[in-house]
Design a protein around this ligand. Structure first.
Ligand code: E4P
Length: 217
């Protein structure tokens, strides 16, 4: 399973890239707003921090305008993945870009039918938002299960990029269901490594080691 970080905070991205656990980055207009930085500048910087796909989202709603924005975004790095909304216009642009060999992430997916369309449109990634479905009393993971079944039935190459991840359990459930990627806030990636027994066990080992009076180097 690939791990993407869902942020426009370049310091966090640089620090997570150091761990070797990071396979890519996703951003969205809200995250760019939160960063307080210029969109094009921050995306270019992120593209230089990681080797994997960096999703940069268009903000136009018409197909022609989306294509124009995609042109600009593509120039920011070889690893730019154009993020398009799951609308008929977005799907139309997805097909065009995919035919040109451009990586596309179709975002704001909330149904299996939408995911089927994105795969038919040649998307490299589909982003089902599990947390936002949970927020309205639906089970986001049922959507992941359905998309996995449908994509496997037809051997679609589109990768299931689980988005709107809120906690480590989402990541585990997505992994059990065979999702290809999870994109998570930095805190969720770090939380995956945490276990109180690891912390207390390490403290006890270090305490006993100190009592030996030895050193390794
Ligand atoms: C994914 O690409 C989106 O940027 C993101 O996961 C949305 O998450 P949210 O529902 O926490 O805003």
């Amino acid at each position: 399973m690939k791990f993407f970080v869902d942020t426009a905070d370049t310091a966090e991205i640089a620090s997570l890239a150091e761990t070797g656990l990071l396979d890519g980055v996703t951003t969205n207009p809200s995250l760019i707003h939160k960063s307080g930085r210029q969109f094009l500048e921050v995306i270019a910087e992120i593209a230089g921090l990681v080797k994997g796909p960096v999703s940069a989202e268009v903000v136009a709603v018409g197909a022609k305008e989306m294509l124009r924005e995609a042109e600009v975004l593509r120039k920011l790095g070889d690893n730019i993945c154009i993020k398009l909304p799951l609308t008929m216009e977005g799907l139309t642009v997805c097909r065009k870009l995919a035919d040109e060999g451009v990586m596309v992430n179709v975002t704001l997916c909330f149904s299996a039918a939408q995911a089927l369309l994105a795969a038919k449109a040649g998307a490299a990634f589909i982003s089902p938002f599990v947390g936002r479905l949970d927020d309205i009393g639906q089970d986001g993971m049922l959507l992941i299960e359905d998309i996995r079944t449908i994509y496997d039935n037809y051997a679609f190459d589109t990768e299931i990029l689980v988005a709107s991840v809120r906690h480590p359990v989402h990541v585990l459930q997505a992994a059990k269901l065979g999702a290809d990627v999870a994109t998570m806030p930095p805190g969720v990636i770090r939380a995956l490594a945490n276990h109180p027994l690891t912390n207390s066990g390490l403290a006890a080992f270090l305490d006993d080691w100190g009592k030996t009076g030895q050193s390794i180097v």
